[in-house]
Design a protein around this ligand. Structure first.
Ligand code: SAH
Ligand code: SF4
Ligand code: F3S
Length: 475
């Protein structure tokens, strides 16, 4: 772990990836300035911390303002059409800055870079560099070539790269919670999804390097780690030096990270319903520092649609997994992702999605209308035939129903006590702390001077909104 003191700053959602000024006494020679902004999933944000680390070793420090940067990187997402539109819009701001400062280098990283490859250079004349998620070690070399006047593309995907040996430079950090990537890529081929094309084949990072990163974070004062992968339940790692053939599963890895220290909270994301094993559930139940919270994307409540989506489970299978969670980890928070209006979705399929929301009563959900992505199985095989207004109307029905359950769930927490890790001050007032409970609900409560950020406190819930529990510290 690099000992970096990262200054925190308020940021709005559209700029949540904006890198902040790093100050480090050791960085006397790091005179070139990198500005990096990230979009998309937590894995992309974690990758930006790898990129910052690689460039840190080549004389860069990060800056929070792009106008004075030598290099601007935008780490992009392709998951839905509007994610790509946001990136293109933001690029116009960077291009304006470059037209005033022609020496500035603009690089596009991440999933859009991988999807569009050299086409990006044809389409966006002021972009100098296009680099995919597995090629970040090549960045210093590519920057050198751009400085000599060329425009560069490296979008090679790898079957091995996990950046296991690179200590991420924590960006936007509260010094308490951090992400750890445990694997890369995805082998699942859900028909709607671009990720297997932009991130390549699934590979797991060495368990020792993950545990070491968790331990280093704990020793630097961090109190929560979230283990990241597109499908964490299929994590498997066999150490080269182990001759007994033993393979470390995700359940094993969870236990290894939880064993770092009882004061280190462990979260993880994302679980795939087809792979979530009872072993993982028993491990969660066994360790009090593994949070009782599972993100289990259902996508649709209709087995017919799930089949077309190539999710490889049925509605019944999903419900069976929910029942297993409820039995083995009682009081577990369960959240999900839902897509409305996938190809051929009927009113009956939509009703099935609404009824699975009634059945599970998710704590919260991320909900989207289907967006066809070029090159995916669905784009090749099926017609995107649900009209946009139908997709939107169905999404509204899904959102309204889910919102009522989010509120109901939090209302049921009022009057109960919660173990909360203080993560910082609330967005609205520095008179209030905020942090999350075991089930991943955001809790806000008045500051008490004897407690500080990074402490665990017991909070009693007094009232709530549909997204936040409000209470006070009782010990
Ligand atoms: N690996 C995770 C999800 C990664 S993408 C999993 O398997 O669950 C995050 C979410 O974006 C998905 O769960 C899905 O709900 C949504 N999503 C992915 N592709 C989409 C598309 N083409 N249109 C709309 N939503 C999409
Ligand atoms: Fe995409 Fe499916 Fe892989 Fe998730 S599991 S990243 S939805 S292909
Ligand atoms: Fe987006 Fe790529 Fe993540 S497409 S959701 S940034 S893996």
């Amino acid at each position: 772990m690099l000992e970096l003191n990262i200054q925190s700053k308020e940021h709005d959602e559209a700029r949540q990836g904006e890198a902040l000024l790093l100050k480090n006494d050791l960085l006397i020679n790091n005179s070139r300035k990198l500005y990096i902004e990230s979009y998309g999933c937590q894995m992309n944000f974690a990758d930006s911390e790898i990129v910052a680390s690689i460039l840190f070793d080549h004389g860069f420090e990060t800056t929070g303002t792009f106008n004075d940067a030598d290099v601007i990187f935008i780490n992009t997402c392709s998951i839905r059409e509007n994610a790509e539109q946001r990136v293109r819009k933001r690029l116009t701001d960077f291009k304006t800055a470059k037209s005033q400062n022609p020496g500035m280098i603009i690089g596009v990283l991440g999933c859009m870079a991988e999807r569009l490859k050299s086409k990006f250079l044809d389409e966006e004349k002021l972009v100098d560099l296009v680099v995919g998620p597995d090629a970040y070690r090549d960045l210093p070399n590519l920057i050198g070539k751009v400085e000599e006047g060329s425009r560069e593309v490296n979008v090679l995907l790898s079957r091995e790269e996990t950046y296991a040996d690179i200590s991420p430079v924590r960006l936007n950090s509260n010094g308490i919670t951090a992400f750890i990537s445990i694997m890369r890529g995805c082998d699942n081929m859900c028909s709607f999804c671009v990720v297997p094309f932009t991130r390549g084949r699934e590979r797991s990072r060495s368990a020792e390097s993950i545990v070491k990163e968790a331990r280093d974070l704990f020793e630097a004062g961090y109190r929560e780690v979230t283990l990241l992968g597109q499908n964490v339940d299929s994590y498997k790692y066999k150490a080269d030096d182990k001759e007994d053939g033993a393979v470390i599963s995700f359940a094993d890895l969870l236990a290894m990270v939880a064993d770092v220290d009882p004061l280190l909270r462990v979260r993880f994301s994302t679980s795939h319903p087809k792979d979530l094993t009872d072993d993982v559930l028993y491990t969660i139940a066994k360790y009090s520092n593994i949070c009782n919270s599972i993100h289990l994307p259902v996508q649709s409540g209709s087995s017919r649609v799930l089949d077309l989506m190539n999710r490889t489970y049925t509605r019944e299978w999903y419900i069976d997994r929910i029942n297993a969670i409820r039995k083995i980890v009682p009081n577990c928070g369960i959240s999900t992702d839902i897509i409305s209006g996938f190809c051929t979705e009927t009113e009956q399929d939509h009703e099935d999605t609404l009824s699975i929301i009634d059945l599970v009563q998710f704590d919260y959900a991320y909900m989207f209308t289907y967006s066809e992505r070029p090159g995916t199985l669905a784009a090749k095989r099926f017609e995107d035939d649900v009209p946009e207004e139908t997709k939107k109307r169905r999404l509204t029905e899904i959102v309204n129903k889910q919102r009522s359950y989010s509120l109901k769930r939090l209302e049921s927490q009022v009057g109960k006590t919660h173990k909360v890790l203080i993560e910082g001050f609330s967005k609205r007032s520095d008179q209030d702390f905020c942090g999350r409970n075991d089930q991943n609900a955001m809790v806000v409560f008045p500051v008490v001077d004897s407690y500080k950020i990074g402490d665990y406190v017991t909070v009693i819930g007094e009232t709530c909104t549909s997204a936040t529990l409000i209470g006070k510290i009782i010990e």
